[in-house]
Design a binder for this molecule. Structure first.
Ligand SMILES: Cc1cc2nc3c(=O)[nH]c(=O)nc-3n(C[C@H](O)[C@H](O)[C@H](O)COP(=O)(O)O)c2cc1C
Ligand code: SF4
Ligand code: SF4
Length: 274
């Protein structure tokens, strides 16, 4: 195939999906054109058979982050090869990869490679680390090798050859960890755990009103000049504002953090097919 441009399409509030997409795309050796849908809807765009799309999105609750799908509604392929990548916080990605591949197929793309990578969990903190620092160098080495293998496949093929995303083998957590997490979910449903916070909060004594959180928020839930308040009806709990606050004034005190940190501390490797 004669691919000329590789377009990366990412929704990535805390940056991990963006890093993985970049590593894969640059390893292909094609000219890379980044499209970032974290802060805005993708423009109406038609892709042809000499394009390649590398799409990377985070997993929220075992699904593709819903805002990512909304933002990519206008993309249109024409038998265009695409790489489907989901990035998750070392718990599980469940049906998200198949969901992304089906979403792309519904818009005229052919999934020629699919993979799931681990990124530092949005809820990770110094106190409750969850996949802290990932994707790390070992993850990115896998991403690059995969990009090279993808290039080889595309060079050798006359037409895009689809892969079955359900064949990607999801790494499993130890049974005890899964049980512990399931028990936590049940106690949450039974109201035995304090209710989930609806949005991060700001410590008034720490906030310098620098406005970084306003810029970082993908859905406009924080207003400039009113940074002590968050519109919970808009907030998607992505924690971009928490991780991006230079004063450490934003926090999201979710009871998920200690449980995830404890249950899912075993390193899961990236998994890919091409
Ligand atoms: C609301 C929400 C739900 C999440 N659900 C999951 C999940 O089901 N499984 C998992 O392993 N990680 C989950 N995560 C963690 C993210 O998938 C992970 O941190 C990812 O690297 C974030 O991508 P980004 O850096 O591109 O924003 C969730 C994060 C958020 C904010
Ligand atoms: S980023 Fe932090 S310090 Fe800056 S306005 Fe937001 S909460 Fe305040
Ligand atoms: S206010 Fe909510 S949606 Fe906006 S950055 Fe913070 S967590 Fe994400």
């Amino acid at each position: 195939m004669n691919i000329t441009v590789c377009t990366t399409v990412v929704f990535s509030p805390t940056g991990t999906s963006r890093v993985v997409a970049r590593a894969v795309a640059s390893a292909t050796g094609y000219t890379v054109r980044p499209v970032d849908v974290t802060y805005r809807q993708a423009d109406v765009q038609a892709f042809g058979r000499d394009d390649l799309l590398v799409v990377a999105v985070p997993v929220y609750g075992g699904h593709v982050a819903p805002t990512a799908l909304q933002r990519m509604q206008e993309l249109q392929g024409d038998g265009t090869p695409a790489v489907a990548i989901v990035v998750y916080g070392n718990r599980a990605y469940e049906g998200a990869l198949v969901q992304l591949s089906e979403f792309l197929a519904g818009r005229g793309f052919v999934t020629v490679a699919a993979g799931a990578f681990v990124g530092e969990h949005s809820y990770s903190s110094a106190r409750y680390p969850i996949a802290a620092g990932r994707p790390d160098e070992a993850d990115l080495a896998v991403a690059r090798e995969w990009g090279v293998a993808l290039r080889r496949k595309l060079d050798a093929a006359a037409t895009p050859e689809a892969v079955d995303a359900s064949r990607v083998c999801e790494p499993q957590s130890p049974l005890l960890s899964k049980q512990h997490f399931a028990e936590f979910i049940v106690s949450l449903q039974q109201g035995k755990v304090s209710p989930l916070p609806v949005a991060p909060t700001t410590a008034p004594d720490r906030c310098t009103h620098c406005g970084c959180c306003v810029e970082r928020c993908p859905v406009g839930a924080i207003t400039a000049g009113d940074e002590l308040h968050t519109d919970a009806s808009l907030c998607i709990k992505c924690c971009a504002c928490v991780k991006g606050c230079p004063a450490g004034a934003r926090s999201f005190a979710t009871p998920f953090a200690p449980v995830l940190s404890q249950c899912f501390d075993e390193r899961k490797p990236p998994v890919t097919i091409v």
